[in-house]
Design a protein around this ligand. Structure first.
Ligand SMILES: [Zn+2]
Length: 413
């Protein structure tokens, strides 16, 4: 090959590589730090989260589904993680407690949605609790198409030789340290496309001491670990020109009385927060109160994952980074009259379409057929129609707008 041709070829290879890398190099890491109500962040030093607040975005948020309805969800750890992983409340994902008895894997986790579309993308988990991988993500199970996490650093809570269990829970503190350090090192070296970091010590101090110096010191301790992961993300962004979405959140708040417990539906137990390095969060993030189920559609959005339509119809949340047209959907059927309402948060007054399904076959791995019962202007914020067919006891309803879908169940007793 002549020198001139070689130069041209080198130029083509070089430019192709650059183009490919800019198109592909979007990465996500989400961190769940256990059991920290938003008011607690105000009462102790959290320099890393303060930095995210200042340079990225921060909002108070909630867990627990819609209180007093079919989607009400216990404010318990594994329940919250699975709401994040599947973008659905407990009435769908079916994890009601930390024993994780019978998850409904028909509602795919973010790990499966990524691997279904991009089998070669790399996934990782760094966790102080093994069940997050083996039971919630369901690694290797037939029901999850035997999904494999490419890199896992977890299960140390079962290693009583290196981490002897002590009543002060120092071993959990040590494991959190190891988990966060490994996450930071691995992200720096290998930059997986999707990572989950789970840290537990703050919840242990909450259960042990409630609102106390021990809990608030534990929050500062976890904040320092979060800082190590933020540094790793910053390193990747500056050295490799990758674009990273970092999300930090908690799985539930704590009881108002003394901060020792959680699981119920009180305001403080339902109260959480979401911090992210993402600057241009949407109007919904900025002006309303997002929930844990909004994180999955945010990640799919960022990573350009196009989930099947019927899967999207099941998501109970919406993106926090792209435009969202409507929120707060509710619907009732009384004497054949369907009444639907929502909150319009769009700048453009486009159409909203109302879809109904009389089945819930998605729950068992099937596909539901939706029929359109009408369209209206988004700005009307309500829609009423008389159903001609005999009224069922159960409907799934979807509100479809230009930029998002919302869903609700209608149970007619
Ligand atoms: Zn928890």
């Amino acid at each position: 090959m002549k020198i001139k041709q070689m130069v041209v070829l080198a130029f083509i290879i070089c430019c192709t590589t650059v183009n490919l890398s800019t198109a592909q190099d979007r990465k996500v890491v989400f961190i769940i730090v256990d059991g920290i109500a938003p008011d607690m962040l105000e009462k102790t030093s959290t320099p890393s989260l303060d930095k995210l607040k200042e340079k990225g975005s921060f909002t108070e948020a909630s867990v627990g589904g819609t209180k007093g309805t079919y989607s009400e969800t216990p404010t318990i750890s594994a329940v919250g993680y699975n709401s994040l992983l599947t973008g659905t409340w407990v009435n769908k994902h079916n994890v009601f407690g930390n024993s994780i008895k019978n998850p409904n894997y028909n509602y795919p986790t973010i790990y499966r949605l990524l691997k279904d579309q991009y089998p070669n993308k790399q996934t990782a988990i760094f966790s102080t609790w093994l069940d997050n991988r083996t039971k919630l993500i369901g690694e290797g199970l037939e029901e999850t198409q035997r999904i494999k996490i490419d890199y896992a650093f977890d299960g140390h809570e079962l290693d009583t030789i290196n981490f002897p269990h002590d009543s002060k829970r120092e071993f959990i503190k040590n494991i959190d340290t190891k988990v966060a350090k490994k996450a930071a090192d691995y992200i720096k070296e290998s930059a997986p496309d999707l990572s989950w970091v789970y840290l537990e010590f703050s919840d242990d101090m909450g259960h042990g001491f409630g609102d106390s110096k021990q809990l608030y010191d534990a929050i500062t301790f976890e904040d320092d670990l979060i800082g190590k992961i933020m540094e790793a993300v910053h390193y990747r962004e500056t050295k490799y020109k990758e674009e990273w979405l970092l999300i930090v959140t908690t799985d539930h708040g704590r009881t108002a009385k003394d901060g020792k417990h959680h699981g119920g539906q009180s305001y403080r137990e339902r109260s959480t927060w979401i911090a992210t390095n993402y600057v241009y969060t949407n109007k919904y993030f900025k002006n309303y109160t997002p929930t844990v189920v909004d994180i999955l559609p945010t990640i799919t959005d960022f990573l350009n994952i196009k989930a099947p339509k019927n899967t999207q119809y099941e998501w109970d949340g919406v993106s926090l980074i792209s435009p969202v047209d409507a929120i707060n959907l509710s619907a009732t059927i009384n004497n054949n009259i369907l009444e639907v309402s929502w909150k319009n948060i769009s700048n453009s007054n486009t159409q909203a379409e109302i879809l109904l399904s009389t089945t819930n076959d998605y729950k068992t791995g099937g596909v539901d057929k939706y029929i359109s019962v009408g369209t209206t202007r988004l700005s009307n914020e309500k829609f009423t129609t008389t159903l001609k067919t005999p009224v069922n006891n159960f409907y799934k309803m979807v509100l479809k707008t230009k930029n998002n879908t919302l869903n609700t169940w209608i149970t007619n007793n």
